[in-house]
Design a protein around this ligand. Structure first.
Ligand code: C5P
Length: 317
């Protein structure tokens, strides 16, 4: 059996609108998700035992069954018990580059890589849609992490419509090391504050979902109009996270003053990103904001948009 090394990219949300409640307790969302080049590396190897073993370079990442990558491997073992019995368990090594608990889908992307890696290692031959159906059982963002690129995501976030690739923009990500936001808290607080304005009927949800497909931001993406995309960024969760985390709000204001294309919190935060037309502009903006906010807990990453989901890492072969 072969071992595999995979690249697992992070994602940002260019658009996140909460439109209603779902019978399963989750929210109905309309989002635009975008892969970025900042990525973890995942090594998948067969084990000599029946165990699933996780090793991670980052001390904050759990290595037990609470890790989504562990749960992805367990799902494959449970779904294909004969192969698991024949081939044994899996060793998973995660080299973390994506900040943890940051609103960048790092854990979801690791889980996506495990599904793709085990599919290859066990020569299962599952198609991408089949892997995405399995992925949806583990988490709302994991199906997107498998295919990556630029996509409209609806339902819980698992229903995807690919858009034209947007790879002509750079971005700076910024996150305080000592700040993390609980995603369930952010959605629960949003429901408490804004639940009375949710769309409650299926027809209304369907029509709002359809509207996004012809919305200005989707047209700007089709035209690769980066100035317009920057102006149309939106994230409903900012309404609950920014008042609770003033540092994150200040960070966003600092980026906004730098004449960037646009700036927004990603997912449930607390990472803030700023879009730029070039790498040199992104580096200059990063330096300006670093000079204004000297807190050593604040970290920056300069990276660019990507059209890739999970890929085999051929840089190591
Ligand atoms: O699916 P995932 O594990 O990423 O979701 C994390 C949490 O975010 C959920 O437990 C839920 O509280 C919230 N969520 C939601 N509606 C969604 C996606 C996530 O309420 N569509």
């Amino acid at each position: 059996m072969h071992s595999y090394s995979l690249v697992a990219p992070a994602k940002i949300n260019l658009y996140l609108e909460i439109i209603g409640d779902r019978p399963d307790g989750f929210h109905e969302l309309v989002m635009i998700l975008q892969s970025i080049e900042l990525a973890d590396r995942i090594d998948i190897k067969p084990s000599d035992t029946q165990d699933i073993y996780i090793y991670c370079t980052h001390p904050q990442v759990p290595t037990d069954e609470s890790n989504l990558a562990y749960r992805a491997a367990k799902l494959m073992c449970d779904t294909f018990p004969d192969l698991y019995a024949n081939y044994g368990g899996v060793n998973i090594k995660i080299k973390k580059n994506i900040p943890v608990a940051a609103g960048l889908a790092g854990g979801s992307s690791n889980a996506a890589a495990v599904l793709v890696g085990i599919n290859l290692m066990w020569e299962l031959g599952l198609t991408q849609p089949e892997l995405q159906d399995l992925a949806a059982k583990l988490g709302s963002d994991i199906p997107f992490c498998i295919s990556g690129g630029t996509a409209i995501a609806t339902g819980r976030g698992e229903k995807l419509d690919a858009l034209k690739d947007l790879d002509n923009m750079w971005l700076i990500l910024a996150k305080y090391d000592n700040t993390s936001v609980s995603t369930p808290w952010a959605y629960k607080t949003y429901r408490q504050k804004y639940g009375q304005s949710y769309i409650s009927d299926r027809a209304g949800i369907k029509s709002r979902t359809a509207e996004l497909h012809s919305s200005p931001i989707v047209s700007s993406i089709a035209q690769k109009n980066i100035e317009e995309i920057g102006k149309l960024l939106s994230n409903d969760l900012e309404k609950v996270v920014l008042p609770e985390y003033p540092q994150v709000a200040e960070l966003k204001s600092a980026f906004a003053k730098q004449n960037v294309l646009g700036t927004m919190m990603s997912g449930s935060g607390p990472t803030v990103f700023a879009l730029c037309e070039s790498e040199s502009k992104a580096i200059a903006v990063k330096q300006q904001v670093r000079n204004q906010i000297t807190d050593p807990q604040l970290n920056f990453w300069v990276t660019r948009l990507s059209s890739n989901g999970i890929q085999i890492d051929d840089s190591t072969s």
